[in-house]
Design a protein around this ligand. Sequence first.
Ligand SMILES: [Zn+2]
Length: 302
Amino acid sequence: MSLFIIILSHMLLVKHVFSAALLEAGEDSRRGQDSLETPRISARSAEGLLLALPPACGTLAYIEEDNGIHGGTLKRIAQLVQMTKTLGSPQRDYVILSEGNTSAKIDSRSFWVKASGSRMAHARSDGFLKVDTTKVLDLVDGPDLKEAEMGLRLAETKVDLEAPGSPSIETAMHALCLTTGGASFVGHTHPTAINAILCARDAASAFANSLFPAESLVCGTPVFVPYGGPGQALARAVRDSLETALRERGESPRALLLQNHGLVALGESPQQVLDITEMMVKTARILVQTYALGGPRFIDYR
Ligand SMILES: [Zn+2]
């Protein structure tokens, strides 16, 4: 009887070890599949969560916990990294070098924004900074600031002042899109196809109306924003345009067309930001070609 019990216990032990090994192997293979984008929690400490970034990054990053919803925060920054890399893909020709920037709302007090100088195609989770929304918005309505001063003041809006890097000079524009604009994710790019029109003399009238139904369906009614220099001037132009659109239409726009600058897509999700950007680029390509045959024939779907 005792021999039977010993054999049985050995069988159970072997089964347990084998199952654990299988489970671990499965976890590893799953991690391998999404390790390119998804950071893993490797430890908790007083500083917050220690994230193990993909091996290729060869680095670790601390992400502060937010009201116990760190799981949601981790998912959000992983989504932001993936969205940024997609928008920054060289084949798309939406940005080159360190052009463009992206952001994602964390809660009513803070958001992630791309650090200044980093390339969207190479986005990583430690290339984003968490900033205080109220402090950023205060810079829009405060005293006039030149670009260099704005950069210094934006560095003071970091939730972790010791975090390396400075928030993008266009951080205030993102703050407005994530508050007044009602977005959860924002993608700002400089697509060649769109800037070919935005840098033209008749840019505002060229984008005056819709060309085809899918454009209206995906992008709504884009808002044309008069030129504002980098930093505070651009943010003020965006603030005025968003407030005017809300007052006149009763809803936030999904796309901003920045004169002599580029596109801003305001989405509820990363996919919506990608969809709006793709559709606006297609619209711009078609729009330019209509001028070879007498110019655009607008159709008002609104
Ligand atoms: Zn820009």
